[in-house]
Design a protein around this ligand. Structure first.
Ligand code: V07
Length: 258
């Protein structure tokens, strides 16, 4: 089924509709999309605003993209919200960032619930302030039976740490005789990662022109398509998401089955 994207088009503003003629194959939507939401600080700097103003604006975009992904039928959306490296930033910025989950959920949790979204957390809970954890855990709890889009927030997440933790857990099992060395294969390692039973991302999006992974889902992104854009995260629109999906589908059509 190749369907012109007119059904949702009417909901978009002129600026959002910046990819004219984008046709999306609704039978080939990437099931898991992961996003590195970069460029909030630069967006603010360009406007003479404090960095935190960019983060606040970026939070509004999260909302928009959750809606877009859900409408397209994406099953998993993983958002890199706070990395283990982000602790190096000025304390005022870190404090502001770690208040955002609470702020976001205060206004959006009822909508997420009514839209059948399931919230999940990926990262080290230890080290996060109690107000951050409390807010996210409440959202996880209240949406755990929802069957729609899985909205997976990477918070205090680092991929190498995640892999080291998995190795330690596996080594412990082997040492205790609960697991044989031969049983340690790629599938088993995958289940020990924080992404657990989630399928690997089909598509990675990174905004703001940086072409690197920055310790994000190194294992899980082994076979994913990557799409990079210079657009800063606060300027990211539904049309950019559509463009990424469109590029993903073209790549699939070109190389699939060869
Ligand atoms: C954060 C806004 C998006 C751009 C990237 C950095 C700033 C939403 C959340 C969030 C996290 C967990 C949750 C609900 C919402 C968030 C942080 C930063 C730390 F359950 N946006 N956002 N968390 N930014």
């Amino acid at each position: 089924m190749l369907e012109k994207f007119s059904k949702w088009k009417s909901n978009f503003t002129a600026t959002e509709d910046a990819a004219p003629g984008t046709e999306l194959d609704l039978d080939n939507i990437p099931k898991h999309v992961a996003i590195i939401m970069d460029g909030n600080g630069r967006w603010a700097k360009e406007r003479g605003l404090p960095r935190v103003a960019g983060h606040r604006e970026g939070m509004k975009v999260v909302n928009k993209i959750v809606r877009t992904a859900n409408a397209l039928g994406v099953e998993f959306l993983t958002l890199y919200a706070f990395s283990t490296e982000n602790w190096k930033r000025p304390k005022t910025e870190v404090d502001f960032l770690l208040r955002l989950p609470e702020r976001y959920l205060k206004s959006e949790l009822p909508t997420l619930i009514s839209e059948n979204v399931q919230v999940r957390l990926m990262g080290q809970p230890e080290g996060l302030p109690s107000y951050t954890l409390r807010a996210v855990e409440e959202a996880v709890e209240k949406t755990k039976h929802n069957t729609g889009l899985v909205l997976n927030f990477a918070l205090n997440y680092g991929s190498r740490y995640e892999m080291a933790e998995a190795m330690r857990a596996i080594a412990r099992k082997v040492k205790q005789g609960e697991l044989s060395v031969e049983e340690v294969d790629e599938d088993l390692i995958g289940t020990y990662l924080m992404s657990g039973a989630m399928r690997d991302p089909d598509l990675l999006i990174r905004t703001s022109g940086e072409i690197r992974l920055s310790n994000f889902m190194l294992w899980q992104l082994a076979y994913s398509e990557f799409w990079f854009t210079d657009v800063l995260w606060p300027d990211f629109e539904a049309a950019h998401f559509h463009e990424a999906v469109s590029v993903y589908q073209q790549r699939g059509r070109r190389y699939g089955g060869i």
